[in-house]
Each structure stands twice: as C-alpha cells, then as structure tokens.
Design a protein around this ligand. Structure first.
Ligand SMILES: [Zn+2]
Length: 414
C-alpha cells in the first residue's frame, strides 16, 4: 500500500499520524453562531479530518484552530439542560458520600463552566474552586457562589493554584479531556494539583459508543481527542496516575466516568470493573488499527439515510423544523449539506443563541414557541443525547400529527 502523507504528530505519544479515522470535510467552528449583521460576511471553515495514531490508537483531530480562538467567548452554558443539572446533582451526592467530603475538603473542577456542578458542593458547605478559560461565563459561576479562576489548565495553572492555596481532595474534569490540545501538559497539571490520597473523577464520551452508534456528529473542532478506556488509561499512566474504577453512563450518547489516584497511593485497590472494561475493549479490537479505519463507511451510510428521509419528506410537501442548536447539530448539518432547503429553522432554549443563525448552514434559531406557532410535520432532534427529555417537553406536536426524527444512526421517526 502506498504510504499516506504525514498529517502531524500524535498529541499523546508523538508518533507520526498517517491514518484517517473519518474525514468530515470542511466545517465552520460549531459554536460560532452567526449574528444577523454577519450574514453577508465571509465565514472561516476548517478541516474536520480525524486521524488515528498507529502506535497508541488515540483518535484525534489536528489543532487546526487555536484553543484561544475557540474559548474566548464560548456559548455553551451547562445550566440550560434539566437532565444535565440532575446528573450533576446526583454525582455530587454520590461522590460526597463515597469520599466522605466535608468542610475541610477542597473540590476543584476543571472546565467548571457556569458553576452548574460545583454549586451542589457549595450547598453542602464543601469548599470549591472552578477553573475555566471562558471569561464570559465565569461571572455566572461567581454569582452562584462558585469562586472561578479564568485560566486554561495545565502545569502552570496547577502551580499557580498551589502557590495561593492547597491541593484538591477531589479533582473533577467532566467533558474536558477531549477539549485539551496539550493533553500531556493538562494531565501533568492534574497530577500536581491532586493531594496525596486524593481522587480524580473524569467523564468523557466513550469512543466505543461513538463508533457503535455512528455518533460522528460529536466530532468538532473543539474536540481534539476521542478516548477509549484503553487510551485514557495509557494517558493517565504516563503521568503517574492509575485508574481504580470505571462506570458507564448514558450521558452524551454513552460516557465513561473514571476514578483515578496517584499510582503510588495503594489505598484504593482497583475494582473488578477496571479489568472487565480493559478486557472488553481488547475483545472489541480497540488495540487493532482495522477497527478504526473501517468507521468512515458507517458515517457515509448515515448521511445517505438522513438525506433520503429529508428528500422524501420535502417531496411529499412536509415541513421539517429542528430542535436545539448544539455543536453536534452543526457538524451533522454541515457534513450532510442540510440548509434551509431541508430544515426551515431550529429552536433553542438558550437566549444567547436565539435570533442568531447556525454556523455554515445559516439556519435561523428561534425560541421554542416557534414550533407551536408553525406546527411542523417533523421535528429533527439535533441534541439526540437529550431525546427523552425533548420528546416529553414537545409532546404537544402529536396534537397536529407531528413526529420526531432522530438523525443518528439512521433517521429514525418516532
Ligand atoms: Zn500516539
């Protein structure tokens, strides 16, 4: 086979990257919503070409856009989803009991967003610190009583926090590992910031679920890395951190919650779930290149099925509206070439997005009331990870015969 050109270096192990996981073509930054006055301006598109490292099997996207460009004004406010808030509350209750946290403890969260998670610890009188690079979101956290340091996290920030305060009994990083371009520096910073005997928990979308359900729309420029349990374990091990427990969660289409400690801390023996997960991923082929290179075919088939559905619906004179304006929707719509020719508009509960347009496709975003006013025949659920919640909230569309459509993996009509 002719050798493919080198496409960069692996951000975990430094090996040359040559193999494609999936190439989604050119796409705009998925959180760059377009204001009406920007509609006639040019809009930057960047490659969405995901690679897999032949050596450590980390699935990754090149840093086509610097993280500073992405995060300086980040539109994602965690608090706009009911199920996500409940998930955060349940986690806080569970981990407080499991680690016996109290007023003498310190909980630090990396990528703490608007404080939606840490506020639960504040209510229990447990001291917290949030660290998040988005300057426009921090004031919302501080209003909730969550002290927030506006910084990118890594070794330097860890040292700064330690110089002013103390290490963490519990260090949380939910849905952040994927967003980190300098992966090794980030995990090295966690090693520094964790107290001896302390515990790290992290949640991240499980690569296995992404591949199994063809969730290619969870790929966007803000997501630099996509982890199996095996590569996550390898990443931590390189920095003297050992995973001692793992849970599978339904969030974000299927996530892992991992528990890690200092490797030298023998106080937390590994649960049988760790060995079981490792074995299962080996059986599924996550240590073989072919497992990764066959994914692209599945993605193309999902695109064909969604377009077939939309073409048939529009030919039959049906109207289709979207629900939600999440990042994943923008990857899906841009890759599939779906604009207002197929989707009249979308709606979102987040007032920050209302009145704007989706990047690239320029589909208008309205407040949710628009659906009751226009009575579309189909509502395409873009944040399919919240589909149960959305189907419940919008049950009224049944009154006029409306149906829901879930785009992934094959345009299912509910
Ligand atoms: Zn590698």
């Amino acid at each position: 086979m002719p050798s493919e050109p080198e496409l960069g270096k692996c951000r975990l192990c430094g090996a040359s990257l040559r193999r494609t996981f999936v190439d989604l073509g050119m796409s705009p930054l998925c959180e760059s919503y377009v204001a009406p006055e920007q509609l006639n301006q040019m809009e930057p598109f960047y490659p969405l070409h995901v690679l897999v490292c032949e050596k450590c099997f980390l699935v990754q996207l090149g840093e086509y856009v610097t993280a500073g460009r992405i995060y300086s004004e980040y539109a994602y406010f965690s608090s706009y989803s009911d199920s996500w808030l409940r998930h955060a509350r349940e986690y806080a209750d569970m981990i407080t009991r499991r680690l016996r946290l109290g007023p003498q403890s310190l909980v630090i969260e990396l990528a703490s967003n608007d404080g939606y998670l840490l506020q639960n610890f504040v209510q229990k009188a447990i001291p917290v610190l949030g660290i998040d690079p988005a300057a426009n979101i921090a004031p919302h956290a501080i209003k909730k009583g969550v002290p927030t340091l506006v910084r990118f996290f890594g070794v330097e920030t860890a040292r700064e926090v330690l110089a002013r305060g103390k290490p963490a009994d519990l260090l949380i990083g939910n849905n952040v590992l994927a967003h980190v371009p300098a992966l090794n520096d980030f995990v090295a910073g966690m090693k520094l910031l964790l107290k001896p005997g302390g515990v790290i928990t992290m949640e991240f979308p499980h690569l296995w679920r992404l591949m199994e359900a063809t969730q290619f729309d969870t790929i966007y420029h803000e997501h630099f890395s996509y982890f199996s349990f095996l590569t996550a374990e390898e990443t931590f091990a390189r920095h003297g951190l050992t995973m001692f427990d793992v849970e599978e969660l339904a969030t974000h289409g299927g996530s892992l919650r991992i528990y890690a400690r200092h490797s030298e801390d023998e106080g937390q023996p590994a649960t049988p779930r760790v060995a079981a997960m490792r074995r299962r991923e080996q059986e599924l082929g996550f240590n073989r290149l072919e497992t990764y290179t066959s994914f692209e075919g599945q993605v193309k088939e999902t695109k064909r099925k969604l377009l077939e559905f939309l073409i048939a619906a529009r030919r039959a004179g049906k109207s289709v509206a979207g629900y939600g304006a999440p990042g994943k929707g923008n990857t899906l719509l841009n890759y599939c070439g779906i604009r207002t020719d197929f989707l009249d508009y979308t709606v979102d509960r987040n007032p920050y997005k209302q009145g704007k347009f989706l990047p690239g496709t320029h589909i208008p975003i309205y407040a949710p009331e628009k659906i009751a006013q226009t009575k579309p025949d189909y509502v395409l659920i873009l944040p399919w990870n919240l589909q149960d919640e959305i189907v419940q909230q919008l049950a009224y569309i049944r009154e006029w015969g409306g149906r829901f459509v879930v785009p992934i993996p094959e345009a299912a009509v509910l």
